[in-house]
Design a protein around this ligand. Structure first.
Ligand SMILES: Nc1nc2c(ncn2[C@@H]2O[C@H](COP(=O)(O)OP(=O)(O)OP(=O)(O)O)[C@@H](O)[C@H]2O)c(=O)[nH]1
Ligand SMILES: [Mg+2]
Length: 441
């Protein structure tokens, strides 16, 4: 139920100067009053009220308590925040007191979920709040702040309005064909609109995918035959001895992962088992994992041993990576410098050319931080779904399919796009989304 009163410790549970216990719901004031020694009803909203938390007639802690008014609080419900001393024991005791007085322990993200369900924020803003908490670099934080301020809504709303206007006009055409002053919607009228929406969505998706790499980093799988120097390259890029390196082919059996922050980009590196016809069960599983890593990477870095002539295994790998975004790099160039292409020597730490490539990779996309851009995979997936429906519709319209049939497709495309900001979202999906949030937020 929405109106029941929830409580959570909103700060990290460790010994600190101050912690915050947060209540939200119809009984928030009543519960807070029952454990507080000042009359909080006599004080104003948003005021820091000094007093004590009382347990069994004695003082448990000296606190500042703030009450927030329904309709103006974060959740749009009555809310109380108790700023207590940040000891683990004290904080838990206050939480337990609130529970004993009738509050329920909040689920993860439940405060934000209420803010969303009560219309205080849209879904993209709620996601941005969580993104801000989890952000680890300046760009992630900047884009989260923009999201909180409604950047996603600004981005999709014009498109939504345009589509809805078209749906409305088609409906009027169907329901009131006799009206003179109604714009007659024909396929010729609809097709340019469809083309524009598809183009707008494509741009929106492209930018979001490029910006995701600037913001969250590039997932790079290091692949190649055994012994070409993949693990040596991982270590050289990381600047530490993370993976085992030997001259025995088949040294790496499992995926070895780590990240490195370069000047212009963060790399999430995955060192893989050398790909060849496996000699035992463990190696076979390792090779399967390498193939999976190729599928999941943003960029596949195929490493080739420059000191040996290309053989069948290299050729097979060249054909394999051709289906993916890939980069071919020649290693062991200390032994052979005659090769054309991107050359390194992982063993000697000569990887400047490769570092320059990575630093350039998303350089032009850094400016995207100033634009309104879709923020996460969920939003991108919905935009893609909407775009796919519109493209099918475009074909159907070109084939002369009736407008009333097309109108329901248009509504579906509209619906998918509107779910980016959380209009018409199904309940179980909402529950699922907020479960990833922090407790007490
Ligand atoms: N000369 C030279 N040797 C290198 C270079 N990079 C790696 N090696 C040597 O090549 C051998 C294999 O290196 P690894 O990094 O273990 O190769 P790998 O591709 O991870 O091999 P697997 O894990 O078996 O697939 C080691 O003896 C390295 O020292 C290089 O740039 N130049
Ligand atoms: Mg290795």
């Amino acid at each position: 139920m929405l109106s029941d009163t929830i409580v959570a410790i909103s700060t990290a549970l460790n010994n600190s100067a101050i912690a915050i216990v947060r209540l939200s719901g119809d009984e928030a004031f009543k519960i807070a009053q029952s454990i507080f020694d000042r009359d909080l009803y006599k004080h104003r909203y948003n005021e820091m009220i000094y007093g004590h938390i009382i347990k069994d007639g004695s003082v448990l802690d000296e606190v500042y308590l703030v009450k927030f008014q329904k309709g103006r609080s974060f959740t749009y419900e009555d809310m109380v925040e108790i700023n207590c001393h940040g000891g683990v024991y004290i904080t838990r005791e206050i939480l337990n007191l609130c529970l004993a007085k009738g509050a329920r322990l909040a689920l993860r993200g439940e405060f934000s979920k209420r803010a969303y369900l009560n219309g205080r924020i849209d879904l993209s803003q709620a996601e941005s709040i969580n993104d801000l908490i989890l952000s680890q670099n300046k760009i992630q934080a900047q884009s989260a702040i923009k999201g909180i301020n409604g950047s996603i809504q600004r981005l999709v709303d014009p498109l939504l309005e345009d589509m809805m206007a078209m749906i409305g006009m088609i409906e009027v055409n169907i329901d009131y064909p006799e009206y003179d002053d109604v714009v007659i919607i024909t396929h010729e009228y609809l097709l340019p609109k469809l083309a524009k929406w598809i183009k707008d969505l494509k741009l929106m998706i492209d930018k979001a995918e490029r910006f995701r790499i600037v913001k969250d980093g590039l997932k790079v799988a290091l692949v190649g035959k055994p012994n070409v120097g993949k693990s040596s390259l991982l270590n050289a890029l990381l600047g530490k001895d993370k993976a085992i390196v030997t001259d025995i082919a088949g040294t790496t059996r499992d995926l070895v992962e780590d990240s490195v922050v370069l000047d212009n980009i963060t790399l999430h590196l995955i060192d893989t088992a050398g790909i060849r016809k496996a000699k035992d069960t463990v190696e076979k599983i390792g090779v399967e994992r390498s193939l999976k890593a190729i599928k999941e990477a943003d960029l596949v870095l195929l490493l080739i041993d420059a000191s040996r002539p290309l053989d069948d295994e290299d050729q097979k790998l060249l054909a394999l990576v051709d289906d993916y975004e890939h980069l071919i790099v020649y290693n062991k160039c200390d032994l052979n410098d005659e090769i054309k292409g991107l050359k390194i020597s992982a063993k000697e730490g000569k990887i400047d050319e490769l570092l320059a490539y990575f630093n350039d990779y998303a350089k032009n996309d850094q400016a995207l931080v100033d634009e309104d851009i879709l923020n996460n995979e969920r939003q991108i997936a919905l935009a893609k779904k909407s775009q796919a429906i519109l493209m099918d519709m475009q074909k159907a319209a070109q084939d002369g399919v009736d407008l009333d049939l097309l109108s329901s497709d248009l509504y579906e495309a509209y619906h998918d796009l509107s779910m980016i900001v959380g209009k018409d979202y199904e309940d179980d999906l909402i529950d699922h989304l907020f479960k990833n949030f922090c407790l007490g937020k």
